[in-house]
Design a protein around this ligand. Structure first.
Ligand code: DQA
Length: 151
């Protein structure tokens, strides 16, 4: 099997998971999510690297650098999902397969969260399953990459 390196990007305020609005985002911390992803990746014979930033520029820099070292990106861009053309442009520029994830179902929430600038540049989106959104997103991306590398 081809070894896969996946970059997982967490956007603004996700460092506060576990404490931040637990009624919406649950009590799992970002560290817990990253551990879950490392374990899931191991089982799928892949590797993940996780990065969280509250800064749009740092996320864009990480996307630019991803081209060299990763085959795909899982991203929860937090509130930048709804605002950042720059993040979407960066994802388009590097031409890596992207899966967008959200803990909450963004379509059941305020209307300003219904718009995603990431969705049109992603293979797909998983939204509303709490921490499982990340696991499902990682599985979906790895499945996609394996399907597309063998054809
Ligand atoms: C979020 C949803 C966004 O609307 C919000 O700004 C976040 C988290 C989610 O994972 O549900 O920060 O991306």
């Amino acid at each position: 099997m081809i070894p896969l390196n996946i970059l997982v990007l967490h956007g603004p305020n996700l460092n506060l998971l576990g404490h931040r609005e637990p009624n919406i985002y649950g009590s799992t911390t970002l560290e817990d999510i990253n551990s879950l992803l490392f374990e899931e990746a191991l089982g799928l014979q892949a590797k993940v690297s996780c990065l969280q930033s509250n800064s749009e520029g740092a996320l864009i820099d990480a996307i630019h650098q991803a081209k060299e070292n990763y085959q795909g990106i899982v991203i929860n861009a937090g509130a930048y999902t709804h605002t950042s053309i720059a993040l979407a442009d960066a994802l388009l520029a590097v031409e890596l397969p992207v899966v967008e994830v959200h803990l909450s179902n963004i379509y059941r929430r305020e209307t300003f969260r219904h718009k995603s600038y990431i969705a049109p540049v992603a293979i797909g989106q998983i939204s509303g399953f709490g921490t499982e959104s990340y696991r499902l997103g990682l599985q979906a991306l790895i499945h996609y990459l394996r399907q597309h590398s063998s054809s």
